[in-house]
Design a protein. Structure first.
Length: 300
């Protein structure tokens, strides 16, 4: 089961290497920290001057732990992933590439519906009006031609963060915190996709030619409201920006427990099940994605 620590390197002048079974972090030639490699879910590199040993990169790839390289405002610029993944990787990628457009549209409708339900659950958990989101989720049709996703977003953001809030990817404050949480979530989603033998660039609705992680951007959508809730919690606690105190809280997205019809599972495990179900849908052995419905993060 995919779960573990998200290791962020945010200070310049760090060197990352492998020592036996550990990722080691050094500065000026002296080791300043280490983490067991088997405990790592992902490494997020957000500093500007970092060096790596090739041995470490190979060790991360062997464990399926992506290295996410971030640019401005904590947005991912590149991800290193393993060339060898699932045992039937070639077959699954062929089925994924051959998936007909009607299938992609039908799966995308399932994703959007689940996202809107999750938005309603997040609003409910913070005591905000949420009743209309279940109705919106039921209105989503194949391919979402009515753009119900955008309709829900226009209602959602002011209810969660106030009437003056505007979601801006290049913004600071709350927007930067959302970017950071989404970066961690995107890395976890990409890892689940690769482990399922799928290719992250072949998406359902996100199909831009320059997007190497289109499928990750698709499948992470229903989990964004969980990240939003983490941001809301840290903002309610007085945080105003991404810093040393807020980063560990936001990085909890992959290990946040979710309650669903299947019991209790961390987001990382939910992503694994979702990616595997996508592979089955591409293969024609299933019609529905394994998506959590009306899930809520557990307290504690």
């Amino acid at each position: 089961m995919m779960a573990g620590r998200v290791v962020e390197i945010a200070e310049d002048g760090r060197h990352l290497a492998k020592s036996r079974g550990f990722l080691t972090v050094s500065a000026d030639g002296a080791e300043i920290g280490r983490v067991p490699l088997d405990d790592i879910a992902a490494v997020v590199a957000s500093a500007h001057a970092i060096t790596y040993s090739n041995t470490l990169l190979v060790a991360l790839a062997e464990r399926g732990a992506p290295l996410v390289v971030c640019g401005a405002n904590h947005r991912p610029a590149a991800v290193l992933w393993a060339a060898d993944g699932h045992h039937d990787q070639a077959g699954r990628m062929s089925e994924q590439a051959a998936a007909p457009l009607p299938l992609k549209k039908r799966l995308w409708a399932q994703v959007v519906s689940a996202k809107i339900e999750s938005q309603g659950a997040t609003l409910e958990s913070v005591g905000a009006p949420h009743e209309g989101f279940a109705l919106l989720a039921r209105k989503v049709r194949s391919g979402d031609p009515d753009n119900v996703e955008a309709q829900a977003a226009r209602r959602y953001w002011p209810l969660l963060f106030g009437e003056d809030f505007r979601r801006e990817r290049a913004g600071g404050g709350v927007n930067a915190m959302l970017n950071y949480a989404y970066t961690v979530l995107r890395a976890g989603t990409a890892r689940a996709i690769m482990a399922a033998g799928l290719h992250p660039s072949l998406g359902l609705a996100h199909r831009q030619r320059g997007n190497a992680f289109a499928l990750a951007d698709d499948l992470m959508e229903p989990f964004r409201p969980v990240a939003d809730l983490l941001v809301h919690d840290v903002v309610s606690g007085g945080a105003t920006e991404v810093d040393r105190e807020t980063k560990p809280e936001l990085a909890r997205i992959l290990i946040t427990d979710m309650s669903s019809g299947d019991g209790v599972s961390p987001v990382a495990a939910c992503l694994e099940r979702l990616a595997l179900s996508a592979a089955r849908c591409f293969a024609g052995t299933a019609r529905k994605l394994d998506l959590p419905r009306r899930t809520l993060p557990l307290e504690g």
